[in-house]
Design a protein around this ligand. Structure first.
Ligand SMILES: NC(=O)c1ccc[n+]([C@@H]2O[C@H](COP(=O)([O-])OP(=O)(O)OC[C@H]3O[C@@H](n4cnc5c(N)ncnc54)[C@H](OP(=O)(O)O)[C@@H]3O)[C@@H](O)[C@H]2O)c1
Length: 254
C-alpha cells in the first residue's frame, strides 16, 4: 500500500562505498528518506542508527534492468514519490588500452553509462507524473582531459556528459531536470590502483559532504567546491598541465 510521504525521497546508487557512502551519511542527517542501491550493503547497514533509520537498502546491480525496476517500483509503492536521484555507482579498470580486454570496457559502459540510463528510464515516468524531479549523474574531468590508463572509463564519462546534456534539453519545461556532478580525484577504492601523489586526491568524506550540501542544485555542472571547478577549467584549457600531472601515473600504471 502506498503511503505518500511529505518527506523528500532520494535514490542513490553505489551507496555502500567511497563518495556514495559519504554522500549517503551526510544526506541522512536531514529529514529525508533515502533508498540506497548497491550490489553490497554491509556499510549502509552498519552505518550509525540515526542514519539507517532514514535509509532503506536495496540490493541492486545497475547492470540488471529487473533489479533496477524492482527497486524503483518498491520505492514508489512504499513512499509514493521520488524527488532526487543520484546516479553514482561506477567502476574503473586501470590499464593501458592495448592491455584491456574489450569485455572490460563493455563492463565499464554497462555500469557507468547504461546503468545510469536504466535508472533514469525507470524513474522518469514517475517524475514526469509528479511534474518535478532532479537527476544528478556523477561525471569526471576525464570526460574532457582523458586519463592515461583509464581510456575506457574516461570514454564512459564522455558518453555520460553528452547524454545528460542532451536529456537536459529534452526535459525543458517538464519540471524535471538532470545535471552532471563532477568530483575531484578522490581517495577511494576506484583510484586505489592509480599512483596519484597525495596532493592530487581529496578524501571521500569531504567530497560526499560538500556534494550533499548541493543536492538541490539544478546547475548543469555541479562541483563540490571552487577549487575543483578551477582545477577542471585549468586542465581543460591547458592540456600541458594535465600532461605533466599525469606523467608519473603513466609509468606507475603499467
Ligand atoms: N574517485 C574519483 O577520483 C572519482 C573522480 C571523478 C568521478 N568519480 C565518480 O564518482 C562515482 C563514485 O566513485 P567512487 O570513487 O566513490 O568509487 P567506489 O569507491 O569504487 O564506489 C563505487 C560504488 O559503486 C558500486 N557499484 C559498482 N558496480 C555496481 C553495480 N553494477 N551496481 C550497483 N553498484 C555498483 C560499488 O560496489 P563494489 O565496491 O561492491 O563494487 C561501490 O559501492 C563514480 O561514478 C565515479 O566514476 C570518482
Amino acid at each position: 500500500m502506498t503511503i505518500p510521504t511529505d518527506e523528500e525521497v532520494i535514490v542513490l546508487t553505489g551507496a555502500n562505498e567511497g563518495i556514495g557512502y559519504h554522500l549517503l551519511t551526510a544526506l541522512a542527517e536531514e529529514d529525508r528518506l533515502i533508498a540506497a542501491l548497491d550490489v553490497a550493503g554491509d556499510n549502509v547497514l552498519d552505518a550509525r542508527d540515526d542514519v539507517t533509520a532514514r535509509v532503506r537498502y536495496y540490493e541492486c546491480d545497475v547492470t540488471d534492468a529487473d533489479d533496477v525496476t524492482t527497486a524503483v517500483n518498491d520505492i514508489v509503492e512504499r513512499w509514493g514519490r521520488i524527488d532526487v536521484v543520484v546516479n553514482n555507482a561506477g567502476v574503473a579498470r586501470a590499464g593501458f588500452f592495448e592491455s584491456q580486454p574489450m569485455a572490460e570496457t563493455r563492463r565499464e559502459f554497462e555500469v557507468n553509462f547504461f546503468g545510469y540510463q536504466r535508472l533514469i528510464r525507470a524513474v522518469l515516468p514517475h517524475m514526469r507524473a509528479q511534474g518535478s524531479g532532479l537527476i544528478h549523474n556523477m561525471c569526471s574531468g576525464t570526460a574532457d582531459t582523458g586519463h592515461p590508463g583509464l581510456s575506457g572509463y574516461s570514454a564512459t564519462k564522455g558518453a555520460v556528459k553528452a547524454f545528460v546534456r542532451s536529456l537536459r534539453l529534452e526535459l525543458r519545461g517538464t519540471g524535471v531536470t538532470c545535471t552532471l556532478m563532477i568530483p575531484p580525484s578522490t581517495n577511494t577504492g576506484m583510484t586505489a590502483d592509480i599512483d596519484y601523489p597525495e596532493w592530487m586526491t581529496v578524501e571521500p568524506e569531504e567530497v560526499g559532504r560538500k556534494l550533499a550540501d548541493k543536492i538541490h542544485s539544478t546547475r548543469p555542472v555541479i562541483t563540490p567546491d571552487l577549487t575543483t571547478r578551477v582545477g577542471l577549467a585549468l586542465t581543460r584549457w591547458f592540456p600541458s598541465i594535465w600532461r605533466r600531472m599525469t606523467a608519473g601515473i603513466v609509468g606507475n600504471s603499467e
